[in-house]
Design a protein around this ligand. Structure first.
Ligand code: GLP
Length: 245
């Protein structure tokens, strides 16, 4: 079932999601957390680090898997998602390195998607955290004619490459391909939380709640298939989407 949660603002929404993740770990210290990167989750990760420092949550046995990564960027590259995770969460908590599962952007991409498919064949994500693109993409599953089930390699759209140019010194440094979990991996998670704040994500969320369709042109609509899914938004988004409560 898909449930909309409207928080006052992004700070309150991040607090709510932090509480949900921490509750999962309290109930199951070995839980497998599916993790996202991007601006939306920065405050959430800061809260988790604060709570860890205050002794309110323990990641000692937690396991993590990330949803996506750029092809060609090693974990030492400051634009890699592996770097992001280290900066914002891993280095500031007691998550054990051997319990962290990431795509390696520096390795052969075919090998990496096979490795991830094996991992997710053997492990179920207990709680999957997602951001969303303005066009409704999740991970790097962009709107398309069909869904792709397993982990796969994505050719990035020209607009995505353009949008990413500001983070790189030269155009030829901008990754042209990415690795992502597939839609099948998302719907197999026991619980999914999608976070979206601000009016720029309103159109995608309005479409999501506007009908009962599961539409490959709106990848986040697959959340309607997940047994327990939450979309956490702020008032600004809810108002712009006509979903104010
Ligand atoms: C990228 C990532 C997604 C992320 C999305 C939203 O496309 N591949 O995993 O959810 O951006 O990012 P932001 O939170 O910065 O809006």
């Amino acid at each position: 079932m898909l449930e909309l949660i409207v928080a006052q603002n992004a700070a309150q929404g991040s607090r709510m999601v932090a509480d949900m993740l921490e509750e999962t770990l309290t109930n199951n210290p070995r839980a497998l957390l599916g993790l996202a990167t991007g601006g939306t989750v920065v405050d959430l990760y800061a809260l988790l680090c604060q709570d860890y420092a205050a002794g309110r949550v323990d990641f000692g046995q937690a396991r993590t898997v990330n949803v996506d990564e750029y092809v060609g960027l090693p974990a030492s590259h400051d634009q890699s998602f592996a770097w992001f995770m280290r900066q914002h969460l891993f280095a500031k908590t007691n998550i054990a390195q051997e319990n962290v599962y990431l795509f390696n952007g520096a390795e052969d991409p075919q090998q990496e998607i096979a490795r991830m498919a094996d991992f997710l064949g053997a492990h179920t994500i207990d709680i999957l955290l997602l951001g969303v693109g303005t066009n409704g993409h999740i991970g790097f599953n962009e709107p398309d004619r069909t869904f792709i089930g397993p982990p796969h390699i994505v050719e990035l759209a020209e607009e995505t490459i353009q949008a990413n140019m500001r983070f790189f010194q030269r155009r030829e440094d901008v990754p042209r391909r990415a690795l992502t979990l597939g839609i099948g991996d998302v719907v197999k998670a026991k619980k999914v939380i999608l976070m979206a704040f601000g009016p720029q994500k309103a159109e995608a969320i309005a479409r999501l709640f506007g009908d009962d369709l599961i539409d490959p042109q709106l990848p986040c609509s697959v959340l309607k298939l997940v047994p327990e899914a939450y979309v956490v938004v702020d008032q600004a988004l809810a108002a712009a989407a006509g979903l104010a409560q």
